[in-house]
Design a binder for this molecule. Structure first.
Ligand code: OAD
Length: 254
């Protein structure tokens, strides 16, 4: 990693007044969660997204879909936040204005200690009523004994995971908050996203057009790279702790 780039990135972050971090699957890679587009190990390489992650698939086979998500909930609960998640939580301590926008559903940012989080694609640890959307936070499969899928206590519809399935719109409030943050930020730290999935992928461009500095962290160039002012090539679990340590040092000095 080029030291000059690290120093520049830390200086920009430390002086930013309205910083945003925008993360994708790559930030959880070092926790052992495969990304979506990894050629051989990506989730959707082995499973049919139409069967498992669409409303139609759920209506066709609700038990299969519920059990697939119960399996994935278990997987994410067994993983731990990595140094990249922890560095972003630490950055929120240093810069309390930091807003974290994530495409991830794995809840690892929250578990690492981040608090100002916009979840664009939902959260796999929550479930909701299929019909009315009533939320059931922190669903425990272990403590549940009964019909699969379980039913909503209020209206008796099926419960489903609170994640965005293919073909569904993003949660309106989260999207609106994300657009507002992107338009108003003066710096966006883009971490571990391919920048291929809309509308999330439009956030860095939106920020840049409004004059924000864009810093990207990714081991490989992405769709975002051409519009980044700084590209820190490397794994987020290695690059972010270094950058955040420098931001902390600058803040302590100044
Ligand atoms: P992708 O799987 O498209 O991209 C993962 C990115 O992470 C790639 O650019 C990798 O180079 C990068 N990466 C891999 N290892 C990394 C590491 N250790 N540190 C940092 N970066 C690393 O994932 P997303 O961009 O998040 O949507 O995909 C966006 C959306 O596509 C997902 O949220 C999901 C999927 O459809 C829904 O489920 C609605």
């Amino acid at each position: 990693m080029d030291r000059e780039l690290l120093v520049q990135a830390a200086a920009w972050i430390a002086e930013s007044r309205r910083p945003v971090a925008f993360t994708g699957a790559g930030v959880s890679r070092e926790s052992g969660i495969p990304t979506f587009r990894e050629a051989t190990t990506g989730f959707w390489e082995r499973y049919d997204p139409y069967e498992l992650a669409t409303v139609e698939g759920f209506l066709k086979n609700p038990k299969l879909v519920w059990e697939w998500y119960a399996f994935r909930r278990q997987l994410v609960r067994e993983t731990e936040p990595n140094p990249g998640h922890k560095a972003l939580a630490e950055l929120e301590h240093l810069l309390p204005e930091l807003m974290l926008i994530t495409q991830n559903v794995d809840n690892l940012h929250r578990r690492a200690g981040s608090r100002r989080i916009i979840e664009l694609h939902g959260n796999i640890t929550r479930v909701k009523c299929f019909k009315e959307g009533t939320l059931y936070e922190d669903w425990s499969d272990k403590d549940y004994r009964g019909e699969i899928p379980p039913r909503c206590k209020a209206c008796y519809s099926y419960l489903r995971p609170d994640v965005v399935w293919f073909g569904e719109s993003l949660p309106a409030r989260a999207l609106e908050e994300a657009f507002k943050s992107a338009e108003n930020c003066d710096l966006m730290l883009v971490v571990g996203t391919s920048g291929l999935v809309q509308p999330a992928a439009s956030l860095p461009g939106m920020a840049r057009r409004r004059g924000a500095r864009i810093i990207e962290v990714n081991p490989d160039p992405s769709e975002i790279t051409p519009s980044a002012h700084l590209f820190l090539q490397g794994k987020s679990g290695e690059v972010l702790p270094e950058v955040v340590a420098r931001v902390g040092a600058i803040r302590r000095e100044g």
